[in-house]
Design a protein around this ligand. Structure first.
Ligand code: GRF
Length: 189
């Protein structure tokens, strides 16, 4: 699993019994602590070592190091849950069709890092979450599961995001388990 934040979706994935080999983060974060606490390897591939968050960031090299770490551990499926770095081609070459992402909007609506704020700003009355296969193009791969979530009068970004995450904590583990089943049976993800 790849995560950068509080890791509540990661926590739900672990609770659902998804076999997780390693949790990788791009910065120190609670997701790493959660992994360690659950007895799972917590690996920090620190973005600051690769040029940080500005124009000096070496995305290709970062992707290479992270991908090599996953390959070395024999990972079958890569699942991102709030991972704050867009990874380059090398990851998708190594895990073609085996990279999943969960996103807090009904894609293709509101792609990007500010999906919840963007939905609020657009004044929609329904948003939701999407589990999809990740491709080199951000928030654009084939959709595997989607569920609507209502926007309620007076919602703040935090309140709405939490309502969406409650659904993600159910939908993402269930979808990951379904994909793992398919991979085990030899079918594509
Ligand atoms: C989720 O809403 C996910 O879709 C988004 O980041 C959030 C992760 O939340 N990309 P958490 O860190 O697991 O609480």
């Amino acid at each position: 699993m790849l995560a950068s934040g509080t890791g509540t979706v990661l926590g739900a994935v672990l609770e659902a019994g998804v076999p997780v080999t390693v949790v990788v983060a791009d910065r120190p974060c609670r997701a790493l602590e959660l992994a360690s606490g659950a007895g799972i390897e917590a690996l920090l591939v620190d973005r600051r070592v690769f040029g940080g968050f500005g124009p000096d960031f070496d995305r290709a090299r970062y992707t290479e190091v992270l991908t090599d770490a996953l390959v070395a551990r024999g990972v079958d499926l890569v699942a991102m849950a709030g991972f704050g770095t867009v990874l380059g081609e090398r990851l998708h070459d190594a895990f073609c069709g085996r990279v999943l992402n969960t996103h807090p909007s009904l894609l293709p609506a509101f792609p990007g890092w500010h999906a919840v704020a963007d939905a609020l700003a657009a004044g929609v009355t329904t948003t939701g979450c999407t589990v999809h296969l990740a491709t080199p193009e951000v928030d654009a791969g084939p959709i595997l599961a989607q569920e609507e979530v209502p926007v309620v009068e007076g919602d703040t970004e935090a309140v709405l995001h939490e309502r969406i995450k409650q659904v993600e904590r159910r939908l993402y583990p269930a979808t990951i388990l379904r994909v793992l089943d398919r991979l085990e049976s030899g079918a594509p993800a």
